[in-house]
Design a protein around this ligand. Structure first.
Ligand SMILES: [Mg+2]
Length: 418
């Protein structure tokens, strides 16, 4: 095998993959689809590595192509240098490329693994588990059409959806994405879930939308349940610290501890008990391992965060989850809301609430050219969507903290055709 494997080309492709139904959240909605950018990194060894990033379109594709002048000729084994080559922390004040770095790091690890004939988990210390457990990620969802298929708006619909997901995939932990309706309404929904799924555990994440007083009241009202943690009830470490002092359950975040400076600050003056590690937000799989080691030493909890993945990013989450000794919580994945994937064989399957870690060389996933072409075409047809807007409330935007909640009796069906 060559001593060096050098990058020769970066090929980004933005794709749109349909969701089962539009997913509602505190800032608006995923309008019935995910937009992701797939990155193929070619090398002089003839090996191509795969990366993935959220969002996309012309600007993401151009940004990745713009990285070629930094990265052509770079040796994929030089992962530590890669970080400083395109995302050193002071240069990043002017041009933050953390998420681009993550996609390139995924591809480099994929290339190294393929060159060595080893799965990525073997480059990261070796796996400690064969499958990574996941929570059911429950959203309020708009109906897709007049049949009302996919709709989750009432507590009864939410419970039915959770029971169906549990029956199909075996989840024993359940995450409710809230911040859509008023806190009392969502509290009733959360308690209905807990009543319908005895023995399972639960987590609530209103995406930092709640006023502090509501967050404390909500937290105290669920203290008797089997909660994994209370995720980003309010915005900011100072608000989270106050919730933590007032409510008897762990707090968690994927919003305000997303780099090493913030991690250090949180250890010196704790606001958050569980850090949700995101392979994109932290700049790759390896920075997540470093953060996990700090958390292990300081007895801070960790879990694996989902920023809305297709199969390549999902593979990074699985390889990460496989090697973490201190992974005591189920991970999060939006994955089961997807209608399809871009990888060979289509969507990966859950078994008993967990997903097997890919065993093939590198990330262990292969692009399906037909699916990539189909979903690249769909992106060209539909374009992006406004993540921070609600299709049925065109003049609305959320305040932080928010008080302008959606109306749960509003049963209109959004028209999502551009
Ligand atoms: Mg979250």
């Amino acid at each position: 095998m060559a001593e060096h494997i050098r990058i020769t080309r970066i090929r980004p492709t933005t794709v749109t993959v349909p969701l089962e139904a539009p997913l509602r959240h505190a800032n608006g909605c995923h309008w019935g689809r995910f937009v992701r950018t797939i990155v193929e990194v070619d090398t002089d060894a003839g090996i191509t590595g795969l990366g993935e990033m959220g969002g996309g379109g012309e600007s993401a594709e151009a940004a990745f192509r713009g990285l070629e002048r930094y990265l052509v000729g770079h040796d994929v084994f030089q992962l530590e240098a890669l970080r400083f080559l395109i995302a050193n922390p002071t240069a990043s004040l002017y041009n933050n490329r953390t998420q681009y770095l993550a996609a390139i790091e995924f591809a480099c690890l994929d290339i190294i693994g393929k060159a060595l004939g080893q799965p990525v988990f073997n480059l990261l210390g070796g796996k400690l588990r064969d499958a990574v457990p996941f929570a059911s990620y429950l959203f309020f969802r708009y109906p897709t059409d007049a049949t009302r298929a996919g709709e989750v708006r009432t507590a009864d619909q939410l419970v039915a959806h959770a029971l169906a997901l549990k029956a199909e995939h075996g989840f024993t932990s359940h995450k409710l994405k809230g911040g859509v309706f008023a806190p009392d309404y969502e509290l009733a929904c959360y308690r209905a879930l807990a009543a319908a799924l005895p023995g399972d555990s639960f987590r609530y994440d209103p995406n930092a939308a709640l006023p502090l007083e509501d967050a404390i009241r909500f937290g105290r009202a669920i203290e008797d349940l089997k909660n994994d943690y209370y995720e980003d009830p309010v915005w900011g470490v100072n608000g989270l610290r106050q919730v933590r002092a007032a409510v008897r359950m762990p707090t968690a975040t994927n919003t305000v501890v997303v780099d090493f400076e913030q991690l250090a600050a949180n250890i010196r003056d704790p606001a958050v008990d569980v850090i949700l590690l995101d392979t994109t937000f932290w700049g790759g799989i390896r920075p997540c391992l470093e953060a996990a080691a700090v958390c292990r030493t300081m007895q801070t909890g960790i879990a694996v965060h989902s920023s809305g993945e297709l199969g390549i990013q999902l593979a990074t989450m699985l390889h990460l989850g496989a090697v973490l000794p201190n992974l005591t919580f189920a991970g999060d994945a939006h994955y089961h809301h997807l209608g399809d994937d871009v990888i060979e064989g289509g969507k990966r399957q859950y078994r008993n609430g967990a997903m097997l870690v890919p065993e093939g060389p590198g990330l262990g996933v292969t692009l399906d050219p037909d699916r990539v072409a189909r979903y690249a075409e769909l992106y060209q047809k539909l374009g992006g969507y406004p993540y921070d807007r609600d299709p049925l409330r065109p003049d609305w935007y959320p305040l932080v903290p928010n008080t302008r909640w959606a109306d749960p009796s509003d049963d209109r069906i959004p028209d999502l055709d551009p």
